[in-house]
Ligand binder design. Structure first.
Ligand code: MRU
Length: 362
């Protein structure tokens, strides 16, 4: 993905200095600010406060955070402490738990003296795989777009929710990867970007599409149904934080409403996600933990003041009772197909197992 015309990843790893640099996404789209993460606590803070966010990037950051934590002590006790600290940061995105479990599986059998170097190697491998898998999702998704293009030169109008793009991964994104692939291949494509209240991750999507030169229009979440009804949407594509074994999809709150509106309007609703988002141990969507976030995300609105300084405006009184569930679950029957690095499948147990037959034993 290009930033200012330069191919850029969202994480810069510095193994020799035992640290990484991340983009502080809480400051976007107003400022592109890189932050150094050099301790376990800083890694956990970055994930919890959503300086980094998006399921695959959370997983990769946690893996690096674990490696960083083992520099001076890599005993079982330190490993357990670091796994617990990072594992508590966010509950819904299974990529976090997948990455930590993978790191633990590699590190536990090793003597402590070998764990630090091995942790860095494994964290780098997780990041590299994320890039390769998202690029593959782009290729498979592009094949789907080609089926949807009815006339030469006609613009494909795709809607997305939240940010499942470059910023949510190490590179390319999941839902946005087929969009970048289409754009880079010369397919005329335009993206309807849903604002995604209350944290407005749609602004991140608009920012990165702008950086890469993809035509797009930001909309209030509530405008999505009207645009679909008016025939202005050819497809909807979103990412996922966890896909249960039966094909139910947890993603940013509001995703379910878009899937419902798609069903009423005969619009295909796609979900793009890598293997690290699939939870074969979770039988269906009802078992997925839904993160409840601080009500102040709802009560306060963040932006720039009239002097272009970052600030917060209170839109609700401090004591106002609010509910702030961060995710919802879309049943698999509303999903036209899931796009993974291995290809495209129905959102069902059989569909997922056809792509991942090695999981059939469970
Ligand atoms: O709360 P967030 O911003 O981390 O939620 C992100 C999403 O819901 C994304 O759609 C999902 O993680 C997929 S990212 C490729």
């Amino acid at each position: 993905m290009n930033i200012d015309g330069m191919p850029t990843r969202t994480v810069r790893a510095h193994p020799a200095q035992n640290c990484i640099d991340i983009i502080d996404q809480t400051r976007l789209p107003h400022a592109l600010h890189w932050v150094r993460v050099a301790t376990l606590e800083e890694a956990a803070y970055a994930i919890r406060t959503m300086q980094v966010r998006g399921a695959p990037l959370i997983g990769a950051t946690a893996a690096y955070g674990l490696a960083i934590a083992l520099e001076f002590e890599a005993t079982d006790a330190r490993l357990d402490e670091a796994l617990a600290c990072l594992g508590e940061t966010r509950p819904t995105a299974v990529n976090l738990h997948w990455a930590l479990a993978r790191m633990a599986q590699v590190l536990r059998p090793l003597p402590p003296s070998e764990r630090f170097a091995a942790a860095w190697r494994e964290a780098e491998a997780i990041a590299e795989e994320d890039v390769a898998q998202n690029a593959a999702i782009g290729r498979h998704g592009l094949a789907l777009w080609k089926d949807l293009i009815v006339a030469d030169g006609q613009t494909l109008n795709v809607m997305t929710h939240c940010n499942a793009g470059w910023l949510a991964t190490v590179d390319w994104g999941t839902a946005l990867s087929p969009i970048y692939a289409a754009h880079d291949a010369g397919v005329p494509i335009h993206v309807w970007v849903s604002e995604t209240r209350p944290r407005n991750q749609g602004l991140l999507t608009a920012w990165e599409l702008e950086q890469h030169g993809v035509p797009h229009t930001l909309i209030a979440d509530n405008a999505a149904g009207l645009l679909m009804r008016q025939g202005k949407v050819d497809a909807v594509i979103v990412g996922a934080d966890r896909i249960a074994a039966n094909g139910d999809v947890a993603n940013k709150v509001g995703t379910y409403l878009k899937a419902l509106a798609c069903a009423d309007n005969g619009i295909p609703f796609y979900v793009a996600a890598p293997r690290s988002t699939l939870d074969f141990a979770c039988p269906d969507g009802a078992d997925i933990p839904i993160e409840e976030r601080d009500g102040d995300e709802f009560r306060l609105v963040h932006g720039l003041d009239q002097h272009a300084q970052p600030g917060a405006l209170r839109q609700l009184p401090a004591g106002m009772d609010v509910a702030n569930p961060a995710f919802d679950v879309t049943p698999g029957w509303l999903v036209k197909a899931i796009i993974t690095e291995r290809g495209v499948c129905p959102a069902s147990r059989d569909g997922l197992l056809a792509l991942y037959p090695e999981e059939a034993h469970g």
